[in-house]
Design a protein around this ligand. Structure first.
Ligand SMILES: *Cc1c(COP(=O)(O)O)cnc(C)c1O
Length: 402
């Protein structure tokens, strides 16, 4: 069939460019050790930064949630799917983010992807008087949200505050929206949020902060990037995700109550989908207790020690480890085939690290994306560092032909 031939030709094009993606099926809960095809691997690729995805107190809360509320919600939030657990979680999340916002309210979403589509489409309101200013390294969900907002989108260069100031200064739009990741998902560095917020206040623009990788891990109490930088403003719209450091699933938007009411009334990715199982919201209450309590602080300190150990131990030639201080620790190799060969060599040694290629990262900057978790022991990171140093030395030697 001609149509299938076309698809096959496209897939072959991906294979030829070393861009084809494959999945591995994991038989064990998310954690430092994963069993894949009967082999035990030491895994450094999940976003379970605090090691909560299989935490006994959280899985027990999930079971309790199913006993209280069953399996499914049965409907969207605005019909009959909005349960007590969702409502309680939203109050807790509003309190959690509250110190950084004005008249805070929170809204729970099934995924961060949907939360980002919702925020951008609802704030832009399909309005010809709106302009979106989007950071060059933003996550795909923000890029898609900006497209779906059907308004002018200006992309500003990565972390370039002066360029954004210029763009905002020349904009004639009455409704300006700046949107950025807080921690860049493929680089691990932080956006200059204090400077961005100052610009937004100066130019009367919203600042949407996608804190997918900061929520739970940054700040004294794990409240994320806003706590890390000590920010508070009515211009802030905060998106936190709950499937990464929080170890469960979903996301939330926290902002001024009027913004949240706008989302409830207007955001199609909120309105036209079945509410997530209430048991997930119930389990997340326990995640929040852990994140905000002394156990969360201990886990964040342990993670910080692992990050230091990683940087101290690396001895790389040709490849470059980015200077990230977060759990995301990329090693840039450059070529797609060399990156996938490095990931395969690590896999042979029982170390599972993801290889990231374009279009997820810019061309010629393919990389290993190592993620550390509070679930890892120092001995795990020692094995990782030795394996990466060895694979690097071996590959660089064979490239030089020596
Ligand atoms: C993972 C991620 C999302 C999407 O969140 P999900 O809950 O996985 O859909 C959004 N933004 C960033 C920066 C992310 O890393």
């Amino acid at each position: 069939m001609e149509l299938l031939d076309k698809l096959d030709a496209n897939l072959q094009g991906l294979r030829d460019k070393h861009l084809i993606r494959t999945r591995r099926t994991v038989d064990t809960p998310c954690g430092p050790r994963a069993t894949v095809d009967g082999r035990e691997l030491l895994a450094f690729c999940s976003n379970d930064y605090l090691g909560l995805a299989a935490h006994p107190a959280i899985t027990a809360a999930l079971r309790e949630g199913t006993q209280l509320y069953g399996a499914g919600s049965g409907a969207s939030h605005l019909i009959s799917g909005h349960g007590r657990a969702h409502a309680v979680l939203e109050e807790r999340l509003a309190d959690f983010a509250g110190p950084h916002l004005v008249e805070a309210r929170a809204l729970y979403f099934s995924t961060g992807y949907m939360a980002n589509l919702a925020v951008l489409t609802a704030l832009a309101a399909g309005d010809s008087d709106t302009e979106i200013f989007s950071e060059a390294l933003n996550h795909a969900s923000l890029i898609d949200g900006a497209r779906l907002a059907r308004t002018t989108v200006k992309v500003y260069p990565h972390a370039n505050v002066e360029a954004l100031d210029e763009l905002l200064g020349t904009s004639r739009a009455g409704n300006k929206i700046v949107v950025t990741d807080s921690v860049f998902s493929m680089d691990g560095n932080l956006a200059p949020l204090p400077e961005l917020l100052a610009l937004c206040e100066k130019h009367g623009a919203w600042l949407i902060v996608d804190d997918a990788h900061g929520f739970g891990t940054l700040g004294e109490n794990g409240r994320g990037a806003l706590e890390h930088f000590g920010l508070r403003s009515p211009y802030l719209v905060y998106v936190g995700t709950l499937g990464k450091a929080a170890g469960v699933a979903g996301a939330f938007v926290a902002a001024h109550a009027t913004v949240i009411e706008t989302l409830v009334q207007r955001a199609r990715p909120y309105i036209f989908t079945t509410a997530a199982p209430p048991a997930l919201a119930h389990a997340l209450l326990t995640s929040l207790d852990i994140i905000a309590g002394s156990e969360g602080q201990d886990r964040r300190s342990h993670l910080a020690r692992l990050v230091a150990q990683w940087h101290d131990g690396l001895r790389l030639t040709g490849w470059s480890a980015l200077p990230s201080q977060t759990a995301i620790q990329p090693v840039v190799i450059g070529a797609n085939d060399a990156t996938m060969a490095a990931a395969a060599a690590l896999y042979e040694r029982g170390i599972w690290v993801g290889g990231i290629r374009p279009p997820t990262v810019p061309a010629n900057s393919a990389r290993l994306r190592v993620t550390l978790s509070a679930g890892h022991a120092e001995a795990d990171v020692a094995l990782l560092v030795d394996a990466i140093n060895e694979v690097n030395a071996h590959m660089e030697r064979s490239r030089d032909g020596t």
